[in-house]
Ligand binder design. Structure first.
Ligand code: GLA
Length: 727
């Protein structure tokens, strides 16, 4: 049976993929196809049967085979007969839920759209195009634009949605997802990344079941618990083979993703703003923009899908001076001192670090207000000169004289009750009048949805930044948000404030990056609680986790690597026994693991042995030597933490396949154990690879097919780094 009265097709082509939408004579948008590149039309896939309790549009009441409940929809809304999870829903002033969006027109323009106030993928006019589809619900008096940004060379399609109230009454947006994808069959697995503070982004893979499986955050941040990136894969897809689709949301606040297998065994996946407690009033003529989702398809397994996202984020999301260049090797004093330091102690730590080749000293929490514990001082962004024994410029100058750059920690969104700021402006905190607030780390969240609040903090922080030479900021956010109320007239309902808060944070970051274009900003939220592509638009790297234990980090960085590039991952060598796990790992192992990221140290280098000090200098040299390969090369995961218990391994490969950096860490040791072989990936099978520092050669095909044996050594958590060059 050919065609559900499709009258027009919108086909998005990338280098290797095709995405097709069909417009029906009634103005419905059907999703026809997303997958390997093809020409031609996919509308023959649409079938129709008389399905009980799957309703029919009024115009088709005589044709009971026509139901939106069973057909693949491009942007499903509630209320027109599709009872699966909608991507869009609104409530009119009459209190009626639902929207009946019909096609009006579409247009294609060169270049990639941007989104006012929100992070978005960017690309040059030659490298991208935009398709906008204009829809309308005449009765509800609302118009909707579906935006598609296509980056053909990267095989990426981005999506965002905007809504305008064209009527005379306020309407309320209850749900507005950025992307929804329908598939005609089941049999898919979902890969998602769950976790907790200090153990973020663990991979879980499971077959999508009948009904709805959903993940998200209601914490005000994208969260440690569920990352806004996920993968839909056919059940036989592996790292190297098979079909898979990625969806990454460029948003750092409350979000939700849903995966659903419907009554007919078809699959729907969606991502966007969380609709829970979301109730966004839209005044007449007002326009609302959803965050952006970036989709990609790989027909060559999960590794290739990750490579697409790595390039996308590195080249089309991250911005600024440090986007492409090597980030300075830093030393952060947090785990060295916590808040127990003075200016002289800092200089002592910095001096030793400088002598060993570290390039930047970062002063973490505790330098401002009365901040001597985490119970006081947030909000008081003036330098504690007693503690520092002088102005901040004293430390900064000393550090610069040692030949290093200087960086500083801030947490602008927060306030302690015990602070001057709170005593002066208690109404600036997001608390519900008459109710005792829930506390997190004994701090409250400032109402960043109010411009005057965020601007006040901004100017306090600018004063500090202008008072000394500062090249780097670590911008932290250390509690989850709940029970909110804003004093802003008209904005009180919770349904909009969490999104407005996020817009306020983005506005703050935008002002910061505009005023200080050369500043390197590292994002952070108790480590990786806001590790998402939205944040990476402003901060090209993010402190990946408060867990610096090398063995735990292997797992955290493994999960992180599915959707995010190595350059985004802040990773440090810290002291042992590790402060989070108590585990003791060799110094070299900590460095090899930290080198799979933007590299640094987080300990007092005065307290390590002379041999370890020599090692630090060598590690920094190695990092400088390999950073280009690490940051810009293809990253391959060579082990699966669920099944490979003996050793972990990962590989960096230059795009021309000439340079390889193989990293191995032994995990589990046993008496008289079998040999573990690590198989490399992506090499030139016909060429010989030479191991640096050794006069032996390794055929590419054998390295990939049989692998390389993990050396037998009687010690725990040993690390090896092998650098190969192709002949
Ligand atoms: C968070 C960060 C840490 C450190 C502390 C300071 O937990 O993730 O790295 O900066 O705050 O309070």
């Amino acid at each position: 049976m050919r065609s559900r009265d499709i009258t027009e097709y919108i086909t998005l082509q990338t280098k290797n993929t095709t995405y097709q939408i069909g417009i029906s004579s009634l103005g419905f948008l059907f999703h026809l196809y997303y997958g390997p590149k093809t020409e031609g039309k996919a509308d023959y896939l649409l079938t129709g049967r008389d399905r009980g309790f799957s309703p029919n549009p009024y115009e088709k009441k005589e044709d009971r085979t026509y139901s939106l409940d069973a057909l693949p929809m491009e942007y499903p809304s509630y209320g027109n007969g599709d009872f699966r999870s909608p991507a869009f829903n609104l409530r009119t002033s009459m209190g009626v839920f639902g929207a009946d969006l019909r096609y009006r027109s579409h247009r294609r323009t060169e270049g990639k759209y941007s989104i006012p106030g929100l992070p978005a993928v960017y690309a040059s006019a030659q490298d991208s195009y935009t398709v906008e589809i204009f829809l309308e619900d005449e009765t509800a008096q609302v118009s909707v634009v579906l935006k598609y940004g296509v980056l053909p060379d990267l095989d990426v399609i981005t999506r965002s949605v905007s809504v305008t109230n064209t009527g005379r009454e306020t309407i309320y947006i209850n749900k507005i997802y950025s992307a929804s994808l329908d598939f005609l069959t089941g049999g898919f697995d979902l890969l998602h990344f769950y976790g907790r503070h200090a153990m973020e982004r663990n991979l879980e893979r499971f077959p999508i079941l009948f009904g709805n499986q959903s993940f998200g955050s209601r914490r005000g941040t994208s969260s440690h618990q569920h990352n806004p990136f996920f993968i839909l894969a056919e059940s036989d897809t592996t790292e190297d083979f098979g079909s898979c689709y990625g969806m990454s949301l460029l948003y750092s606040g409350n979000f939700r993703m849903e995966a659903e297998k419907d009554q007919y065994g078809q699959t729907r996946i969606q991502i966007g703003l969380s609709d829970e407690m979301f109730d966004y009033p839209l005044m007449p003529k007002e326009e609302f923009h959803s965050p952006e989702a970036a989709m990609a398809y790989s027909g060559r397994g999960l590794a290739h899908l990750s490579h697409i996202y790595h390039k996308l984020i590195r080249r089309h999301v991250c911005r600024g001076k440090y986007r492409d260049c090597r980030r300075p090797v830093l030393i952060n004093n947090w785990e060295a001192t916590y808040m127990d330091f003075d200016g002289d102690r800092l200089i002592e730590i910095a001096r030793q670090a400088a002598e060993l080749g570290v390039e930047m000293f970062v002063l973490d929490d505790g330098w401002f207000g009365e901040r001597n514990s985490d119970n006081a001082g947030l909000g008081d962004w003036y330098v504690n000169e007693d503690k520092l024994k002088g102005p901040l410029s004293r430390i900064s100058q000393a550090v610069h004289q040692m030949g290093m750059k200087f960086g500083l920690w801030i947490e602008p969104e927060m306030v302690n009750e015990d602070s001057q700021l709170y005593r002066e402006h208690p109404d600036w905190a997001l608390v519900v009048p008459g109710r005792k607030p829930v506390m997190g780390r004994n701090q409250l969240v400032l109402d960043f949805s109010r411009e005057e609040v965020a601007d006040h903090i901004f100017s306090m922080i600018c004063k500090v930044l202008d008072s000394a030479e500062i090249e780097y900021i670590k911008m932290d956010m250390n509690r989850s948000i709940c029970n909110v109320y804003t004093a802003t007239e008209g904005f009180q309902n919770y349904g909009q404030i969490m999104h407005r808060y996020m817009l306020g944070v983005y506005r703050f970051l935008d002002k910061l990056t505009t005023r200080y274009p050369d500043l390197l900003i590292e994002g952070c939220s108790g480590g990786g609680g806001r590790f998402d592509a939205g944040m990476l638009y402003y901060t090209p790297q993010i402190w990946c986790s408060d867990n610096t234990d090398a063995i735990d980090r292997i797992r955290i960085q493994h999960g992180t690597s599915f959707g995010y590039p190595i350059s985004a991952v802040g990773s440090h060598v810290s002291a042992v026994p590790n402060h989070q796990t108590g585990r003791i790992t060799p110094f070299r192992t900590r460095a090899v693991v930290a080198m799979a990221g933007s590299f640094g140290y987080e300990l007092d280098l005065n307290r390590i042995s002379p041999q370890e000090k020599e090692e630090v200098s060598r590690q920094i040299e190695d990092y400088k030597k390999y950073w280009d390969l690490i940051q810009n090369g293809l990253y391959y995961r060579l082990h699966n933490p669920e099944t490979d218990k003996e050793a972990a391994a990962w590989e960096f490969l230059s795009e021309d396949r000439k340079r390889v950096l193989l990293n191995i860490v032994s995990l589990d040791t046993h008496g008289n154990s079998p040999v573990t072989y690590i198989r490399l990936k992506g090499l030139d099978p016909d060429k010989i690879y030479h191991l640096e520092g050794e006069n032996s050669s390794y055929p590419g095909a054998i390295l990939m097919q049989a692998g390389i044996p993990v050396p037998a050594e009687l010690s725990e958590y040993k690390a090896w780094q092998y650098s190969f060059l192709r002949e």
